[in-house]
Ligand binder design. Structure first.
Ligand SMILES: C[S@@+](CC[C@H](N)C(=O)[O-])C[C@H]1O[C@@H](n2cnc3c(N)ncnc32)[C@H](O)[C@@H]1O
Length: 289
């Protein structure tokens, strides 16, 4: 008998709603909070100078409800203020570490299809951070779930191996890491990089800053198993919960704006009509190491 998948959407401030959940409940938090002041007209911005102070009590609740084996993925990007990048993301990372989080990894979401644009002193943003935080170093990670086809890259890069490539080549910087490239000869699948090449989804998604579905899918597959619990405390139209449901994970979404809350609830029952297992990372095309 398959387990019934539970999906809960709450209307309100995640600070208050999370207080109603028990300690150590969730396996994964994937979220994109409102960016500093960016979209003040559509869902209320936080002044960049106040961003860290606003976020920290919410992060404290997230830490409490996350299991010790769980992972927190924070999609965020610093905006430009007075001609320079504001430092609130860097300050937030430092303050989250003081709060007890480990900053374990940083994934880079490359927005493959961003529009062309022209600014006097910079180019268009085509990437965002997906910061990974954990409570301990012993977090669950299911790397095989996100393996990608080796691709044409292997045919050229692995064709003429040097002698060092055929033995274990220990890191020159003494990190303890090493590689034996010849181990990958004849393999069909490889582990992806920490760069996610995903198109933004702008058409008909009812919110100005939705996740492409492939983004939460990738993290849910990497950090959870069926029947695990996924949280998105700033859920917008509920993309994270929608894909969690389709991957047989239980989920909780929290949204402060009634119109997005209603859309989240409606989206939870839509049929699955997108590919769940496409080659998100395109390892073979873009890997250059
Ligand atoms: C960047 S959007 C998230 C979009 C979402 N990833 C999706 O795919 O639809 C951030 C959302 O957080 C909501 N929000 C802002 N402050 C909140 C709070 N304190 N608690 C819960 N939701 C909040 C906003 O209304 C907005 O819809």
């Amino acid at each position: 008998m398959p387990t019934e998948i539970k999906s809960e959407i709450h209307l309100g401030d995640c600070l208050e709603i999370l207080a109603t959940y028990p300690d150590n409940f969730f396996d994964l938090i994937v979220t994109s909070p409102p960016y500093a002041d960016n979209r003040a007209n559509s869902y209320g911005g936080i002044n960049p100078d106040n961003y860290v102070a606003w976020f920290l009590p919410r992060a404290q609740q997230m830490s409490r409800v996350l299991k010790s084996t769980g992972t927190f993925i924070l999609n965020i990007k610093e905006k430009v203020v007075n001609g320079e990048r504001h430092t609130y993301v860097i300050e937030l990372i430092e303050e989250l570490r003081k709060q007890g989080w480990l900053w374990t990894e940083e994934f880079l979401w490359h927005k493959k299809n961003c529009y062309p644009g022209k600014w006097p002193n910079r180019f268009r943003d085509a990437w965002e951070r997906c910061l990974q935080f954990n409570k301990t170093k012993n977090f669950n990670m299911y790397q095989e779930a996100v393996m990608v086809p080796m691709g044409d890259w292997a045919k050229t890069r692995l064709k003429n191996l040097s002698d060092t490539d055929k033995t274990r080549d220990n890191s020159k910087v003494g990190s303890g890491f090493g590689k034996n490239v010849s181990n990958w000869l004849d393999r069909k699948m490889a582990y992806p990089t920490n760069v996610l090449h995903l198109a933004t989804e702008t058409g008909n998604r009812q919110h100005s800053a939705v996740f492409p579905k492939a983004l939460p899918i990738w993290f849910i597959k990497l950090f959870t198993q069926k029947d695990d619990w996924v949280l998105d405390p700033f859920c917008g139209v509920g993309t994270t919960c929608e894909v969690a449901q389709s991957l047989y994970r239980h989920s909780v979404g929290i949204e402060i704006k009634p119109e997005y809350y209603e859309l989240s609830k409606a989206n939870l029952n839509v049929p699955v009509n997108y590919p769940l297992f496409e080659d998100h990372n395109q390892y073979g095309k873009n890997h250059t190491e």
